[in-house]
Design a protein around this ligand. Structure first.
Ligand code: SF4
Length: 343
């Protein structure tokens, strides 16, 4: 068992050396030196936004749990109080057991789940995943064939004018910044890595436009190493299922998932969560009634309870309805009889 910058107390084979190289999640620093100014600004911004959001959520939870405690006369512990001082959920064993069951079910449901971005080479995945920010994989897959036809190698793309890249990738949105990042990234690959993509997480993170999500995706899909890709589906489903409690910041979700997901399962699980999020657990209307996780998922169990309660109430109303109908009929019968009498 190895400890990894507080990320996990489980073995993380591809990160054995990362005690030296991997940046601390809170500080953005590595043992090799200070983080870049850009990294620090980004990390500070993310922390500020997340702290504000977590603060608001905590205040709301405290308010509602306080009200609940008042009603029940109990302690009404807020979710964040279920974590110990190290930021670890107190019921880690329970979450690991839950994760094991979810992994087994999703494996059965989506045996062939994989990344939906089309790529032939590692550098193409780097390009595609940059283009996929705030864009659909489908749109990216429509755009990239033209880009790779015109610039078929790292060297060609590194030498391409940014305006020409931007003209092609514009349909993916954020054209100028994506084109600039792709150009810079390809230049670094060409000049520093001999047109190859490094298989080191920290080196991947240092490439322009490559964040933790992209670096994890490349580590898992290209190099077959343990990875957890915290994209929008992974974060949403992790909260719904109960892997994490109201945590939205990708790096924090990743950190918590490393503690409960076996490293060798992480990459495939994330692909399966994406497929499940697209087909069943759809963002605005999760189909809990059709979901293979309904009896495991925290939200699903609540939804089943709510449905049962609604049905119970509806049945109660239906049972009461014949009496009132009979009363109405009785009253109308009296009128009819009296009417008959009148006639
Ligand atoms: S039970 Fe509902 S909320 Fe939970 S994963 Fe399934 S569809 Fe999503």
């Amino acid at each position: 068992m190895t400890s990894y910058k507080g990320y996990s107390k489980i073995d993380l084979p591809h990160r054995e050396n990362d005690k030296e190289t991997f940046p601390d999640i809170e500080t953005g620093r590595t043992a090799h030196g200070k983080s870049s100014v850009r990294q620090q600004i980004i990390l500070r911004g993310r922390r500020t936004v997340a702290e504000k959001r977590d603060g608001r959520a905590a205040a709301e939870r405290k308010k509602s749990s306080g009200a609940a405690a008042g009603r029940k006369g109990g302690s009404g512990a807020a979710p964040e109080q279920r974590h110990n001082g190290a930021g670890e959920p107190a019921d880690l064993a329970g979450r690991r057991a839950l994760a094991e069951q979810v992994i087994a079910r999703l494996k059965e449901q989506y045996p062939g789940a994989k990344c939906t971005l089309d790529y032939r080479d590692a550098w193409q995945l780097l390009v595609s995943v940059r283009l996929a920010a705030q864009c659909t994989d489908k749109r990216v897959d429509e755009v990239t064939p033209r880009l790779y036809a015109k610039f078929p190698t790292v060297a060609a793309l590194a030498a391409a004018p940014v305006e020409e890249i931007e003209e092609i990738v514009r349909p993916c949105g954020l054209g100028p910044s994506k084109a600039r990042d792709i150009s810079r990234c390809m230049k670094v690959l060409h000049e520093k890595y001999n047109d190859m993509v490094p298989d080191d997480f920290d080196e991947l993170l240092s490439l322009p436009g490559v964040g933790r999500k992209s670096a994890n995706l490349v580590m898992g899909d290209v190099f077959g190493k343990p990875a957890i890709v915290t994209d929008t589906h992974c974060i949403r489903l992790s909260n719904l299922i109960g892997f994490v409690d109201d945590v939205r910041e990708p790096a924090k979700v990743e950190k918590l998932l490393w503690q409960i997901i076996p490293p060798e399962e992480g990459n495939d699980l994330c692909h399966r969560l994406v497929q499940h999020g697209r087909e069943v657990c759809i963002a605005r209307r999760p189909q809990c009634g059709k979901c293979c996780l309904a009896d495991l998922c925290r939200f699903g169990k609540q939804a089943v309870k709510r449905d049962a309660e609604t049905k119970r109430r509806a049945a109660g109303k239906a049972a009461a309805a014949p009496d009132s109908a009979a009363q109405k009929n009785g009253a109308s019968g009296a009128v009819t009889e009296s009417g008959d009498e009148r006639t």
